[in-house]
Design a protein around this ligand. Structure first.
Ligand code: GAL
Length: 804
């Protein structure tokens, strides 16, 4: 039977490599003790030199195996080493690997010394080698360095299961079918074995099949199938039901290997009419995700990877994530399977196609990606083009052919930005950046494909560099950012030719000098690098069903001095409430409803507030004239600046003034005052959200506020030492005002103190960005209580985490 031992703690690491290390000639004083996932160098948050991570380093691990393991096959499985590496055991070269996003195994069987210490040495080349995808030209993301995904030891019999590839059929019928390719590695002789496949719901075996098979030496694939499977639940977005498949290999009634994986029964298909999940037309609304984090780059453990999925699914309400531009952590994808979010996964690359050797590596990436993630119900599309590359008929014919041979069920896509480029995939996937704030949101399918027939079609990027927005940008910019995302969602929901949109992007990310804002950050996220929300995040969150959480966010600082020209109207409220009521300084103003004219297709269009004039207007004019004045303000605010009055406007006010026997300035004074104008006392607005006629949420915004405290909010309050590597969680820090709102223009310094068995990943002193930030803390192998104190310049606060 197989044994899997994770070997992620206590590696020796040195930021350089010497040939003598290969033979285990390692002076521990020259090395640091590290745990995997590990980044070869911690980087500052921004303004660093990206050459800092580009070097060759050495990782070493002492291994002991007792002689009971003699006769077994022993592998070291690496899940991700950036960017290339050579693996040695006891001075022997075992294997090399090129490419940082796909797993590989080192067969150390022949070089192990039993009952003695073995030294495993990995030479890790994290330079941006032009011969390995994504490199060869510039790339708009960083790849960092090190053994940044987990490592394990796999001890199996000479004949063992290497992998299984499951396919489900007739999912929409009562009677379903499961096909399982069992990949067996026979390092012994040709022989007969029994292979069984069980379909389980938790521990309960629902169906099983067994066959005696002649298994030849080397690698072979044998297909078993279970027909007429009944009574199953489908894997769906709201009910991501997972089953498992367990495969056993038996010799003379003894189980010699057993392998399990989770699967889901679901039917996913892009058609010319759109994307169907389980027979239901489902508009895709998603975002692209880079797997990077501040300071530690790619090196984040399971819980943190999974948290990103939870943010995308539960906080933002998305139904798809694109793993731009490479296969991402298995933990991330596990969580996608578990929570019900679809995945478009693609091979590493960025615009550049290298020579034939380079292409061979990309083709191997196709194979490794598909083989790793074959059984995942969340994955609905394989991306088999280098993101945004030129056409290359031969190369992309090969990537498509391979993907279809390996996986005859899933469709292929290939992300392009070049219109009318050659369509070799099943789904035409285009990065459509047509929207620049004007009327036009997307080009037509025909303009994109150049074909005179309809094809399955998906927009895989929009926004991003068209409108980079920092969380501390001027309000008007952040608001337009939110509206651009809303426009994209609105457009796609109303389109009959686009299956969905995956905008750019979920989180800000570190990048190379030739991209970003000069500080090595691309501010393209709807959330910052710490996963804190910008206004645009609420463009997505507000589209959620209110049963998944009530959202009400006025995307304004509600402060007249932040606006060009002053004033606090208009502003938008992003909410999934039916309508809102607004009170100004305690006085009821009005009820406001979603703008269904501008955003016809959104479930929850924004509520635009164009006036905050109370109904009595405080003027001795008729009700009719009060209405006329209110409508005047609304129109003026919608079309431009309330201050910029024309002779016709004066004439309009003149007539009202004459009727009421008052002066025009009297009316204007009231209008400006009530519109929240310059030179009046602070505005305070309370916004109440209503669902089915009931008030369900209330928030107060406005000018009369001040910093009043610091919030320290861990994502998790319990961490575990019983994980495959160290555990970690994010702790969000927020300076809040007297209303409980974050202080967008605060950038004070904070300092973190930890008391207990944990440590901060990255610096413990940092400046806040837009009044907020976060840090991650990780376990160090001991259980206990951890007190986290965060001291700001004026306040401090504590949180507690238990490590069990
Ligand atoms: C795209 C590219 C992405 C990112 C984005 C920024 O062209 O595919 O990786 O660079 O632009 O908007």
């Amino acid at each position: 039977m197989r044994q899997i031992k994770f070997i992620n703690s206590n590696w020796l690491y040195r930021a350089e490599f010497k040939e003598e290390y290969i033979n285990g000639n390692i002076n521990e004083n020259d090395f640091t003790k590290v745990d995997i996932p590990h980044t070869n160098i911690e980087l500052p948050y921004n303004y660093f030199d990206e050459r800092e991570y580009q070097f060759i380093s050495c990782y070493a691990k002492r291994l002991n195996l007792d002689s009971n393991n003699k006769g077994k096959k022993i592998y070291v499985d690496f899940e991700g080493v950036m960017l290339a590496c050579d693996v040695y055991l006891n001075g022997n070269h075992i294997t090399s690997h090129k490419g940082g996003y796909t797993p590989f195994s080192a067969d150390i069987t022949d070089f192990i010394k039993y009952d003695e210490e073995n030294i495993l040495v990995v030479k890790v080349d994290s330079t941006e080698r032009k011969d390995i995808p994504p490199y060869g030209n510039v790339v708009d993301y960083l790849t960092y360095g090190g053994i940044y995904r987990e490592v394990s030891l796999r001890i199996v019999d000479q004949t063992h299961i290497n992998n299984i590839y499951t396919r489900t059929y007739n999912c929409l019928e009562e009677s379903k079918k499961l096909e399982v390719d069992v990949e067996i590695n026979n390092c012994g002789n040709d022989d007969k074995f029994n292979v069984s496949v069980q379909l389980l719901d938790n521990e309960n075996v629902l169906y099983s099949v067994e066959k005696e098979l002649e298994i030849n030496k080397d690698m072979s694939i044998n297909t078993l199938q279970i027909d007429d499977i009944k009574g199953l639940e489908l894997w769906d977005l709201d009910n991501p039901k997972l089953y498992s498949v367990k495969v056993e290999l038996r010799k003379d009634n003894e189980v010699i290997d057993s392998y399990s994986d989770r699967i889901g029964f679901r039917d996913a298909k892009f058609t010319t009419e759109g994307f169907y999940l389980n027979g239901k037309l489902t508009k895709i609304v998603g975002l692209n995700r880079h797997q990077s984090y501040p300071y530690v780059g790619y090196a984040m453990p399971e819980r943190v990877q999974k948290k990103d999925v939870e943010i995308l699914k539960y906080d933002l309400g998305l139904n798809l994530v694109r793993t731009s531009h490479y296969p991402q952590s298995r933990h991330f994808l596990d969580r996608c399977d578990e929570v019900g979010i679809l995945v478009f996964e693609e091979i590493p690359g960025w615009q550049h196609i290298g020579d034939l050797d380079w292409q061979a590596l990309a083709i191997k990436d196709v194979e490794d990606m598909i083989k790793r993630d074959y059984n995942r119900p969340s994955v609905i599309l394989w991306g088999v083009r280098i993101n945004e590359s030129q056409d290359n008929h031969d190369f992309y014919t090969r990537t498509n052919k391979l993907a279809r041979e390996l996986d005859p069920v899933r469709q292929t896509g290939g992300v392009r930005y070049i219109h009318k480029s050659e369509f070799l995939e099943d789904v035409f996937t285009l990065n459509d950046f047509a929207h620049n704030g004007g009327e036009r949101v997307f080009i037509t399918q025909k303009e994109a494909t150049g074909l005179d027939y309809k094809v399955p079609y998906l927009v895989t990027e929009s926004n991003g560099h068209m409108y980079p927005t920092k969380s501390f940008d001027h309000e008007a910019k952040a608001v337009e950012h939110a509206h651009r995302h809303l426009r994209v969602i609105n457009e796609v929901l109303g389109s009959e030719e686009i299956s969905g949109t995956i905008s750019w992007c979920a989180f800000d990310y570190n990048t190379h000098s030739c991209f970003g804002s000069g500080d090595k950050i691309c501010y393209h996220g709807v959330m910052d690098m710490f996963r804190n929300k910008k206004y645009a995040a609420y463009s997505y969150a507000s589209q959620k069903d209110c049963k998944d959480g009530i959202v009400l966010e006025a995307i304004t600082e509600a402060c007249r001095g932040e606006r060009d020209g002053g004033g606090i109207i208009p502003f938008s409220i992003l909410t999934n409430c039916d309508y809102v009521k607004i009170y100004k300084d305690g006085e009821y103003i009005n009820e406001y409803h979603p703008d269904r004219n501008t955003y016809k297709n959104l479930e929850h269009p924004p509520i635009n507030v164009y006036h905050i004039l109370s109904s009595d207007l405080n003027l001795p004019v008729s009700d009719e004239d009060k209405n006329a004045i209110r409508n005047f303000v609304i129109n003026k605010v919608k079309t431009g600046n309330l201050v910029d009055l024309t002779p016709e406007d004066y004439n309009f006010f003149g007539q009202i003034a004459a009727r009421a026997n008052i002066t025009v300035p009297m009316i204007l004074g009231v209008v400006y005052k009530l519109a929240g104008g310059w030179g009046e006392k602070e505005n305070m607005l309370t916004i109440e959200g209503y669902i089915n006629g009931e008030a369900v949420i209330s928030k107060t915004i406005g000018e009369l506020r001040w910093r009043s405290g610091i919030e320290v909010i861990p994502d998790d309050t319990v961490l575990s030492i019983d994980k495959t590597s160290y555990d970690a969680t994010r702790v969000v820090v927020k300076i809040v005002d007297s209303l409980g709102n974050p202080l967008k223009f605060n950038n004070e310094f904070v300092e973190v103190e930890i008391d207990g068995p944990a440590k901060v990943m990255g610096p413990s002193k940092f400046g806040l960005v837009a009044g907020t930030s976060a840090f991650w803390i990780r376990t160090i192998g001991e259980a206990g209580e951890v007190k986290i104190k965060v001291k700001g310049m004026y306040f401090e606060s504590e949180a507690k985490i238990d490590i069990i």
